[in-house]
Write a protein that binds this ligand. Structure first.
Ligand code: ZN
Ligand code: MN
Length: 498
């Protein structure tokens, strides 16, 4: 048995209009190379950096959302290394006093929640982009100096599922707090995986963790992250099973399949000769500033999830609404329409039932009919609640609800201005969808069912499932106007089966 020991390092591009230390635009995606540049982000001698306040605020916000300790005074440091995409020869980053430390993120695994510890959250600047064409290398400095938040976790992940749950939760936190657009195809969110396996014969360090660590950088999508983690677990398992000693190394992605290839060994930790950035004085993060930032923060993903679970939603339903906030908001305002009627209605719609309709039938139709977003539905939340209430009052069948929803959404897909203005009760009664509670009609239908299905009736004791085809027949000849539950009990009564 091998236990994975996994840690993550994440880089996030912060959503700001201007770069971290100059006024150049951050809008670089698919732009002409080297148009958003100035002496500061080109690293020209004598240029002075001025920190971007919004980027600092967003980093503080993230530190709060990740439950971190925030120091009263923080500072910038220089991380020295040479690379063509780093024109100054150093990156302005944070070393010993990051904006956030010792936080945690709550994730759920199979219904249980657990915490992943956050080691640090700091702000720094992005590098330029190297483009390699044949034998030459080109550099585009539009990306140089874009604010970047780095998040480092402790090696707390013991399974790939936990890694993925964390990546998704982090993405939600970044979106909820408007820290980043997190568009992964644009490289706004990049993962680095640190992974080793602990087996019975693995050599361990003084912390009881494997004495080696494999690092895979620049993973730009959560699905690739999952594949890489699975690939590395298998690769390292085979090596350890054959008693081959694994060295600490950096590996790269071969392609999007998750397969990794050797790049270089990491004999020792890199020495970046960090020292305080002399051009930017240390800055204070006052209690007032933190409170003011906190006051702008709305409900967080974990809070939202707990709220839904308390309402009785299934974990998976809650996850849909936490992740797709547009749908979640729509559900929330639909819910308000039920709760107003709560006292009068005995068969009021359970939140879980409402969620089932929105996530199932309605979402399916939105996709099928290219409605794009739930906010483009032709009906209001109140209209839906009124329609569903007729169903939960057992006056129409579930199939009728489906039919009406499909018809209305169909109208909308043909005519974008269409609105479902007609009262749902009027609608179903005019179309003859209301179920008939008339005893004579039910009696006649049951008699017909029995007379026209003599063979099935004869076999009913041998094949108890036959009752279903009798109910189906009854629904058909009554055009769905009898409540199937009533039909079932009346047929059983007539045939004298329990
Ligand atoms: Zn600039
Ligand atoms: Mn970094």
């Amino acid at each position: 048995m091998y236990k994975p020991v996994i840690g993550l390092e994440i880089h996030v591009q912060v959503k700001t209009k201007s770069k971290m230390f100059c006024k150049c635009s951050t809008d670089y995606f698919e732009k002409k190379p080297n148009i958003n540049v100035c002496p500061v982000c080109l690293g020209l001698p004598g240029a002075l950096p001025i920190p971007n306040k919004l980027a600092l605020e967003k980093t503080i916000k993230l530190a709060i959302a990740l439950n971190c300790e925030i120091p009263e005074i923080s500072k910038f440091d220089r991380k020295n290394y040479f690379y063509p995409d780093l024109p100054k020869g150093y990156q302005i980053s944070q070393y010993d006093i990051p904006i956030g430390q010792n936080g945690f993120v709550e994730i759920e695994i199979n219904g249980d929640s657990r915490r992943v510890r956050i080691q640090r959250v700091h702000i720094e600047e992005d590098t330029a982009k190297s483009i390699h064409i044949n034998e030459s290398s080109l550099i585009d400095y539009n990306k140089s100096g874009i604010p970047l938040i780095e998040i480092v976790t402790y090696p707390d992940f013991e399974s790939v599922d936990e890694v993925i749950a964390f990546a998704k939760r982090l993405k939600q936190i970044l979106k909820y707090n408007d820290i980043s657009d997190t568009e992964m195809q644009k490289g706004q969110l990049r993962f680095e995986l640190n992974i080793s396996l602990l087996g019975e014969n693995t050599i361990v360090n003084d912390k009881g963790l494997p004495n080696y660590k494999v690092e895979v950088k620049n993973i730009g999508s959560i699905s690739v992250l999952e594949k890489v983690a699975n690939f590395e677990i298998q690769r390292q398992k085979h090596l350890q099973e054959k008693n081959i000693k694994i060295k600490s190394e950096t590996r790269g992605l071969k392609d999007m399949s998750g397969e990794t290839v050797f790049q270089r060994y990491k004999e020792e930790a890199e020495d970046y000769r960090y020292f305080p950035e002399p051009d930017i004085p240390p800055f204070s993060i006052t209690k007032e500033w933190i409170l003011q930032i906190k006051s702008t923060m709305a409900e967080q993903p974990v809070e939202r999830k707990h709220r839904y679970l308390k309402l009785g939603l299934e974990g998976e339903q809650a996850d849909v609404f936490v992740d797709d906030t547009e749908k979640g908001d729509w559900f929330d305002s639909a819910l308000k329409n039920i709760q107003q009627d709560l006292k009068q209605q005995s068969n009021f719609i359970q939140p879980k039932e409402l969620a089932k309709w929105i996530i199932g039938e309605i979402s399916g139709l939105i996709e099928k009919k290219s409605i794009n977003t739930i906010n483009n539905l032709p009906f209001s939340q109140k209209w839906l609640i009124d329609l569903l209430q007729i169903y939960y009052d057992k006056k129409i069948t579930g199939n009728v609800v489906k039919k009406i929803l499909e018809e209305e959404i169909n109208q909308k897909s043909k005519n974008w201005d269409y609105k479902s203005t007609k009262d749902p009760f009027k609608l179903v009664s005019e179309r003859g969808y209301l179920q008939i509670e008339d005893e004579n009609f039910i009696r006649e239908t049951v008699d017909k069912v029995i007379n026209e299905n003599k063979k099935i009736v004869q076999d009913i004791n041998k094949n108890p499932n036959a009752i279903k085809s009798l109910i189906g027949y009854g629904m058909k000849i009554s055009q769905g106007k009898i409540n199937p539950k009533i039909l079932e009990s009346e047929i059983k009564k007539s045939l004298k089966i329990e």
